[in-house]
Design a binder for this molecule. Structure first.
Ligand code: XMP
Length: 319
């Protein structure tokens, strides 16, 4: 693409001029914005960039390995992967309130990131995947309500206490342009067109108290749902799709015996702005196949339901 090709060339020049010989640190989530930011800055300054990826124990199946594969192996970036899942699980132990869970996850992320930043004393810049809609949103967020919504959706925000200068090369781009740029920079289409994933991750898809056992079951079920959506060519027709873990046990039969296992809900929505959304009318055959696979393949889940609630009044996530 000519426009994004040009943008990339100019952005690379600008980053080089801004940063000079300094080092840059970036919190990589694996989402579109931080991934494209990383790819662009890496193109500009190579080894002067260090990315930090934090595994909070609430990521999707194989996510950590995929990020390492893409950025370290395929693109040759300096990438620090921190397995902080024990810390997150310990801090979240017994916490049931959704906002309390978000705060803990957000605070711990900042803590872990700061510890890593302290190990890179030559880093002078903090790169962030801020895009144009984020700029507008934070300028516009004058009311208390808007600010609460904002904090609710920006768990990964890093404080000024790092004393780093901000590098935000995507500040002028809309989401579509960010995706185009990602493709231009050679990121895999699967990553560039992936559905959004909330900062608190599976933490808001496990209702109430979080347990590692629940997260493990949810990861398996979610991977099956996504795999079947892709196989049926439905992934790109929905805006977001995922599985929610319900801490509820129900009775089932399997062979000669009874089971007493967990329930999960599938959620798939179509939306243009995520402010309102419709539940996706997925084909019954697809729903049936996903349900069969989850129940047969994920030991511990014996019931699958489908969420047919629109937003409003329901939200897209369950917490
Ligand atoms: P709701 O559930 O409010 O979600 O209808 C709207 C969109 O925002 C995402 N979401 C979050 N993203 N941190 C995030 O980064 C959060 O705490 C958070 N909560 C919801 C949600 O996945 C959907 O895309």
């Amino acid at each position: 693409d000519w426009v994004m090709g040009n943008f990339a060339v100019e952005a690379v020049e600008k980053i080089r001029a801004q940063v000079g010989e300094d080092e840059v640190i970036l919190g990589l989530s694996g989402g579109v914005d931080s991934s494209v930011t990383a790819a662009l800055i890496h193109k500009a300054i190579g080894e002067q960039l260090t990315c930090v990826f934090v595994d909070n124990g609430l990521l999707r199946l194989h996510e950590r390995e995929q990020v390492a594969q893409t950025f370290r192996e395929n693109m040759g970036m300096k990438l620090v992967v921190v397995d902080a899942s024990d810390r997150f699980m310990a801090a979240l132990d017994g916490v049931t309130d959704p906002e309390a869970k978000r705060k803990i996850i957000g605070r711990l992320f900042v803590e872990v990131f700061q510890e890593e930043a302290a190990k890179l004393p030559r880093a002078k810049w903090l790169a962030q995947g801020t895009i144009y809609p984020d700029v507008i949103e934070s300028n516009g967020a004058k009311t208390k309500k808007a600010q609460t919504i904002k904090s609710h959706h920006n768990v990964g925000g890093l404080p000024d206490t790092l004393h780093l200068k901000l590098l935000e090369p995507l500040r002028e781009l809309f989401k579509d342009e960010v995706r185009e740029l990602g493709i231009e920079l050679g990121l895999p289409a699967e990553m560039v067109y992936r559905h959004p994933f909330p900062g608190p991750g599976l933490g808001v898809r496990i209702l109430g108290a979080i347990k590692r056992e629940y997260a493990d079951l949810l990861r398996e079920a979610d991977a099956i749902f996504i795999e079947e959506l892709r196989a049926a060519d439905w992934y790109d027709k929905v805006s977001q799709a995922f599985v929610v873990f319900l801490p509820v046990k129900s009775v089932g039969v399997m062979g000669d015996g009874r089971t007493y296992d967990w329930v999960v809900s599938l959620r798939a929505v179509q939306t243009s702005d995520f402010m309102t959304a419709k539940w996706a009318h997925l084909p019954y055959e697809l729903l049936g196949k996903v349900s069969n696979r989850i129940i047969n393949e994920v030991k511990g889940i014996n019931r699958v339901v489908y969420d047919v609630s629109g937003k409003p009044p329901a939200t897209i996530e369950w917490e």
